[in-house]
Design a protein around this ligand. Structure first.
Ligand SMILES: Cc1ncc(COP(=O)(O)O)c(C=O)c1O
Length: 407
């Protein structure tokens, strides 16, 4: 057996022990089956309430079949980054059709949403520009802001009065002012006030960058997302969709003007310096897109599952953060307490992950419960019964801003 001693003179050992001591070390649960409403392990099944597979498509036979067929034609791998060895007609076809559907002149796909945000934000901004960021945006947006070396100004979560003050006092002479936000916030499940945000951006001559990771596929006509639900797509300069959530696969698309896409294609390090996603992914995404577009019944089922969960949780007095999205967070407080509740649920047959800092602010570790269209009412009742047995009565905690993961 190889030695497991770290070669850092004990530094990594001490760093890991410090993480452990704060209950901030991470471990992986191992599944023996597909992503679905149950999570299959060596010691049996758990009901799965922490995947972002909101429409239950991760294991859809038609999507899997489309991917297998594409693999027969295009093979398994792509060989290099798209700028080095080109891409397939499936990549190109998907991008062109997506841009049209979203109402933008052009679109560029990425292997993941993380890469899309890091790449697009850092490519479209530079030193001398200003980025105005909601304090709760996803880590990929935070990292894109950091990489851009633009000035980053943070506004309080969904506080447009604060943003207006910052826009009035932070001006540029010859540069971009970019407002960045999630459409639905990944850890709280609440929505950005898009109408007022667009009006503010326009009033101050700023550009809006909207990440629809948790809204595309589940909101708006044909699942086109929040901007289309509010008929505001024209006010969103850069629009990001990801496919690890409602599509149940992975990948992302940035839709914007042709020149902005040309800049991202030429400058985004997470596009330039990474191997192209396989063509079979585009094939799966294209097939999934048909299902999403025609997915009103799935969206209704999802909304009805969310409503059942919220109503019954309220009757039980469970202190959920108010949210009408599939993300239903239950704040526990300390990282240790959240881990304890998550483990107690696991022992009762329920898989809900404890989310801890730096993903959420200190003191607000939580169960990030996700409800999907694949759940049955009986599953939701089993979850609620386990929650009422495992969650301590004073689950609430103060909502302080995170300190170590702001842009
Ligand atoms: C708002 C938001 N944007 C981007 C991402 C990253 O997407 P991906 O998982 O495709 O890398 C996530 C992932 O959870 C997210 O919540």
């Amino acid at each position: 057996m190889t030695s497991d001693r770290t070669p850092s003179g004990g530094i990594w050992d001490r760093r890991y022990q410090a993480l452990e001591a704060q209950n901030l070390d991470r471990k992986l649960r191992v599944s023996l089956g597909p992503t679905a409403e149950t999570f299959l392990t060596r010691d049996g099944e758990r009901l799965h309430f922490c995947s972002n597979d909101y429409l239950g498509l991760a294991n859809h036979p038609q999507i899997a079949e489309a991917m297998c067929r594409a693999m027969e034609q295009y093979g398994a791998g792509t060989g290099a980054s798209r700028l080095i060895s080109g891409h397939t007609e499936l990549h190109a076809q998907f991008e062109a059709a997506w841009a049209q559907w979203m109402g933008y002149p052009a679109a560029l796909s990425f292997p993941s949403g993380y890469q899309a945000n890091v790449g697009a934000i850092s490519a479209l901004t530079a030193p001398g520009d200003i980025i105005f960021s909601d304090e709760r945006v996803h880590a990929s947006i935070i990292d894109g802001c950091r990489l851009s070396r633009a000035q980053v100004v943070i506004f309080r979560h969904n506080d447009l009065q604060h943003l207006a003050e910052l826009l009035a006092t932070h001006t540029v002479r010859d540069g971009v002012r970019l407002i960045v936000t999630d459409a639905v916030f990944s850890m709280d499940g609440d929505e950005t006030p898009l109408g007022a945000l667009c009006a503010l951006a326009e009033q101050h001559g700023a550009q809006l960058y909207l990440d629809e990771a948790h809204s595309v596929g589940i909101m708006g006509p044909e699942g086109r997302g929040l901007a289309h639900r509010e008929a505001l797509a024209k006010s969103v300069a850069v629009h990001v969709s990801t496919f690890g959530k409602a599509w149940g696969l992975c990948g992302a698309m940035v839709a914007t003007s042709s020149l902005a896409v040309a800049i991202i294609r030429s400058r985004a390090r997470s596009f330039l310096f990474t191997t192209a996603a396989p063509a079979f992914l585009s094939a799966g995404l294209l097939r999934g897109w048909d299902i999403v577009r025609q997915g009103d019944a799935l969206r209704q089922r999802l909304q009805s599952n969310i409503a059942v969960f919220c109503e019954r949780a309220a009757n039980l007095g469970l202190p959920l953060i108010p949210s009408t999205s599939p993300i239903q967070p239950l704040v526990i407080g300390s990282a240790q307490a959240a881990l304890r509740v998550s483990q107690a649920l696991w022992e009762r047959g329920i898989f809900v992950q404890a989310v801890r800092p730096p993903t959420v602010p200190e003191g607000t570790s939580r169960l990030r419960i996700t409800i999907t269209a694949a759940h049955e009412t009986a599953h939701i009742d089993a979850l609620l019964s386990a929650l009422s047995a495992c969650v301590p009565p004073s689950g609430d905690a103060p909502n302080r801003p995170r300190e170590d993961d702001t842009p």
